[in-house]
Unconditional design. Structure first.
Length: 306
């Protein structure tokens, strides 16, 4: 069910001496979500993830995963969870295949030869299954780490900065894999990242935290639409267009006019109306280019909370 809570965190708090790393944090992740967990460095993201994986204990609050208390049913819960918390570490002198075989045994997962090759294929490493890991690039090691996470076919996948250090092609491959796991494999993903553009491309819901506290949570599209867009209109005659708009509310949104380029700051629901109005008044519109980024929203919301 889409409204089934896979992760339910309530009033989670963690203190390190005089530092409140996580401060009464509450959030919900639903089945099928690609959930973006965002915040500046030191916001409490990694501390939260470590508490979700029972690596450290909270001072206060509750974590439920799959509707069960993590404190009471840790073992049964974590069997259904796969996670990368820090950069993956492997035996460099062994092959990718042998690493997965050994790591599967260590984790108590009875993995078949077929399953190992399935996950290697899923992350695009099937042709390098016999290569020693010490010959792998950073991006290939990241993908091998994801293969390790997927070995036991977890229902929930938690990834802490999965694209750190990757080149653009490597980032694209990880992004495509996340989308595939969500859409085709029906996995729920919890994705912590400082690369906001990447999260915007894959996440459907998100929470932004700052100084250990949740600032906002919701649908990515809805949250971004709350902010005004920067919308560029390319027209045949910007001065005439400005005169036409002089008697309308649209003129209040106009920020810049130069060389038949008009830039407006406006809500998304006004863009189509403005375009229609210009065309009806004989202004040729050759392009409408909205600019809205998660980075802009993130900076705006964290600055307000500081």
């Amino acid at each position: 069910m889409a409204d089934e809570k896979v992760i339910e965190i309530t009033e989670l708090t963690k203190d390190f001496k005089d530092v409140k790393a996580v401060n009464s944090l509450s959030l919900n992740v639903y089945r099928g979500d690609v959930f973006g967990f965002l915040g500046p460095n030191g916001a409490g993201k990694s501390t939260t993830i470590r508490m979700m994986l029972s690596l450290i204990n909270p001072n206060h609050g509750e974590i439920k995963i799959f509707g069960k208390s993590l404190k009471k049913e840790r073992t049964s819960i974590l069997k259904r969870v796969g996670a990368i918390v820090e950069k993956p570490d492997f035996y460099g002198y062994l092959s990718a295949y042998k690493n997965l075989e050994i790591l599967g045994r260590i984790s108590g997962t009875d993995v078949s030869n077929r399953r190992i090759m399935e996950v290697l294929e899923l992350v695009g490493l099937e042709k390098r299954y016999g290569s020693k890991v010490k010959t792998f690039s950073h991006g290939m090691k990241q993908r091998l780490g994801l293969a390790q996470v997927l070995l036991h076919d977890p229902d929930l996948i938690i990834l802490d900065e999965p694209t750190t250090g990757l080149d653009p092609q490597g980032m694209k491959e990880i992004r495509e894999l996340i989308i595939h796991l969500s859409r085709d494999k029906k996995k729920t993903l919890f994705l912590s990242s400082h690369i906001l553009y990447e999260v915007e491309l894959v996440a459907n819901r998100m929470t932004i935290i700052n100084k250990g506290k949740a600032i906002v949570e919701g649908e990515v599209d809805a949250l971004l639409n709350m902010n005004k867009l920067k919308v560029t209109f390319e027209v045949n005659d910007s001065e005439q267009a400005r005169q036409i708009l002089g008697g309308t509310d649209y003129i209040k949104d106009l920020e810049t006019v130069a060389n038949n380029i008009m830039i407006f700051s406006m809500s998304s629901d006004k863009v189509a109306g403005l375009n229609k109005y210009l065309i009806e008044n004989k202004i040729e519109v050759s392009a409408v280019i909205p600019t809205r980024s998660l980075e802009e929203y993130f900076l705006n919301i964290t600055e307000k909370a500081s």
